[in-house]
Design a protein around this ligand. Structure first.
Ligand SMILES: *Cc1c(COP(=O)(O)O)cnc(C)c1O
Length: 233
């Protein structure tokens, strides 16, 4: 049987290989373990194998996991990576370390207001809709700069970079085109903001392509924890 420890090691070696293929350093690509729908026992198994960054998609599920695990595992870094309604921002502002899916000023404003004074600024990425599909979340590429300027002025937010979910099930050429467009947008944005150091892109099935296009944080779920069963979530 393959364990979570085995699968984490495989994910790390995929990252290392992909980095090497692009003459990048493996340590410049962080691994975010996406634990949505998975029980706390599996998070602890990954923790015991050395994993410290975990990503959650759902406010309630994330809140319950953090409240249960925070005391015993205070060095876990929690990343919110799902869609967020503006009436749910408080949970993210008070419990998470990172928020990857900021896609409008209103959300940023609420997070900034609700982030407790006692906590360090919330690390945020702007989610960009790189595939330009109308039904996907994220801001259009042409709106990124304006939103970044707004966020950069919010004292309880730290603007760290961009996040994207490229189209799934497209041909290799389309996938490569999207990644290249994202990388260009990221490089351009990073020139204007010294705080930007994070390109959050790449999942179980496309981490190699993402690392080849400058990803600094891959978000890996099923390749570590196995397929998700949404019927039990
Ligand atoms: C679920 C999810 C992932 C992980 O996807 P896998 O294909 O299981 O690796 C990464 N990013 C986001 C935003 C997700 O919702």
């Amino acid at each position: 049987m393959t364990t979570i420890t085995d699968r984490l090691a495989i994910a790390h070696s995929r990252i290392a290989q992909a980095a090497q293929n692009s003459s990048r350093r493996a340590e410049d690509v962080q691994l975010l373990a996406v634990s949505k729908t998975k029980p706390n026992e599996q998070i602890i198994q990954a923790y015991n194998a050395g994993q410290r960054r975990f990503g959650e998609n759902y406010v309630q599920e994330g809140e319950s996991k953090i409240n249960t695990l925070n005391q015993e595992f205070p060095d876990i870094e929690w990343h919110f990576i799902g869609p967020l309604q503006s009436n749910k921002t408080k949970v993210v502002a008070t419990l998470f370390d990172w928020m990857h899916t900021v896609d409008r000023e209103k959300i940023a404003q609420r997070l900034n207001e609700q982030r407790p004074e006692s906590m360090s600024p919330l690390n945020v990425c702007i989610q960009v809709n790189i595939s330009q599909e109308a039904n996907k979340s994220g801001v259009a590429a042409c709106e990124v700069q304006a939103l970044a300027e707004k966020i950069a002025q919010m004292p309880k937010l730290a603007l760290r970079g961009l996040m994207a979910i490229p189209s799934a099930d497209v041909d290799e050429q389309t996938a490569t085109k999207e990644m290249a467009a994202l990388q260009a947008l990221y490089n351009q944005l990073a020139q204007g903001f010294a705080s930007i150091d994070t390109l959050s892109v790449g999942m179980s099935n496309d981490l190699e392509l993402a690392v080849a296009h400058g990803s600094t944080m891959v978000r890996i779920g099923s390749a570590i924890f196995g397929e998700r069963d949404y019927s039990k979530a």
